[in-house]
Ligand binder design. Structure first.
Ligand SMILES: [Zn+2]
Length: 442
């Protein structure tokens, strides 16, 4: 999969849009406000940050550390404002229950834990220290049973208990404020040319130093995490499949083919196949060379981006034989959380106008599942597509397809969205309305 696809997924809009058009019976509430929980949560997070300030190792750069932590707190609060973190009663309590079970089986530590759910499709989790964790919806969507999810939580709990977040913060502060770094910055400032390049090289070096520590920390978190995991009665095999899925994520996400003909097989309507083809004149595409890691540098722990994931799998798998094809071991009681995560991603991505990803997630659901949720969300998507096209604003939210030879499903969708005229979309909406017996307000 193209890196740009992943990059795209992590970009969050700061604009909030009112939901368009119709009221559905399938509304899933996910805003902290709707649950009246935001104020209490902010208080709790502020408390955590107070503890973090007190608990730092270094007294050397106290002021800088305080600034750093204030910034991090501000980011979390603004994420809460723009609904990057969502609250869903069922999912939040499921995650809390798993974490409580693990804690109960492993320590006498009575620290309070807070799990925030980030609506990102990227499967990831993070430990911010002092009882604060973040789990992405994409993780629940990717994994197939409670054991696999529990392994990730064990890994994060291990990070916390080993105080990795604190270590990392301290080392960042130390590197940025050391005399050595300051001298190097001074030298770069005095360069007559090539300042930008030298600056980037220095940043790269600092980042590399910090990453080397994090490699050691990852192995440690896996080792301790696996102990917590086994102590809690989870099956060893699923620690392995959990990691394996993280490794294969690029193949697992966006791997499904879109069945264009059958999605849009409506009476008196013919889907225009040429909309999926590249137009010669539109070759001004460019590929960003940014990688997922560039966007995750702010993340105190990133489970899947570390290049050493293969080594980590080798270490945790113990006696388990390597398998190329991971069997689908979806636990039926877990399936509802997976579906819920999927619905929440679809809903919030449409809310934020990320129409290509939500299209991908919805496309194969329309025929397979006779569920009005998907039909209603797809209506919402088409209407948004129509409105953004009319306002010439689609480009703000939907990227151009990548210019590589091999087009992914997401590229195809982007092609379709970019190539369709307003008239094309109008026709499609009309056919869709008739087919599903809806009356849509364009
Ligand atoms: Zn980790």
């Amino acid at each position: 999969m193209k890196k740009t696809l992943l990059v795209f997924l992590i970009l969050f809009s700061f604009f909030s849009f009112n939901s368009l058009g119709q009221n559905t019976e399938n509304t899933i509430e996910y805003s902290y406000n709707n649950f009246g929980k935001k104020e209490a949560l902010i208080k709790r997070i502020e408390e955590i940050y107070k503890q973090k300030k007190k608990a730092s190792y270094t007294k050397e750069h106290e002021e800088e550390l305080e600034k750093f932590l204030d910034k991090s707190l501000k980011r979390i609060k603004s994420n809460l404002e723009d609904s990057t973190y969502i609250f869903n009663e069922e999912l939040n309590s499921k995650l809390n229950n798993i974490l409580q079970k693990i804690v109960k089986n492993n320590s006498s530590n009575t620290q309070e834990h807070t799990i925030l759910i980030n609506k990102s499709l990227i499967p990831n989790a993070a430990a911010y220290g002092n009882g604060l964790f973040v789990v992405n919806l994409g993780l629940i969507y990717l994994l197939d049973n409670e054991d696999e999810l529990a392994f990730v939580l064990c890994h994060e709990l291990a990070h916390q208990n080993l105080e990795h977040s604190k270590q990392k913060t301290d080392s960042i502060i130390h590197f940025y404020n050391s005399k050595k770094t300051k001298d190097e910055v001074e030298k770069i400032k005095n360069l007559s040319y090539g300042k930008g390049k030298a600056g980037r090289a220095l940043l790269k070096k600092i980042r590399y130093d910090i990453t080397s520590t994090s490699r050691v920390n990852e192995f440690a978190a896996d080792e301790y995490g696996k102990k917590y995991y086994l102590n809690s009665g989870y099956k060893e095999y699923f620690a392995y499949t959990s990691m394996k899925k993280m490794e294969l994520i690029e193949e697992l996400i966006f791997s499904k083919k879109i069945a264009w003909d059958s999605i849009f097989s409506f009476k008196n309507y013919k889907f225009k196949k040429h909309l999926l083809e590249e137009e010669e004149e539109e070759m001004s595409f460019f590929d960003s060379d940014a990688t997922l890691d560039d966007f995750e540098e702010n993340n105190p722990d990133s489970l899947r981006t570390h290049p050493h994931i293969k080594d980590r799998i080798l270490r945790i798998k113990g006696e388990i034989k390597d398998t190329l094809n991971i069997p689908k071991t979806i636990n039926s009681s877990f399936k509802k959380y997976k579906t819920l995560a999927e619905k929440l991603i679809i809903k919030s991505y449409i809310d934020q106008n990320y129409l290509d990803v939500s299209f991908y997630m919805l496309a194969n659901k329309l025929n397979a599942e006779n569920n009005t949720f998907y039909i209603d969300e797809f209506s919402r998507l088409l209407i948004k597509l129509y409105r953004l096209k009319s306002k010439l604003a689609l480009g703000k939210y939907v990227d151009q397809p990548s210019n590589s030879e091999e087009k992914s499903s997401l590229d195809e969708i982007r092609m379709f969205m970019n190539n369709s005229s307003i008239k094309d979309i109008r026709e499609l909406i009309e056919a869709y309305e008739k087919h599903y017996g809806l009356e849509l307000k364009i």
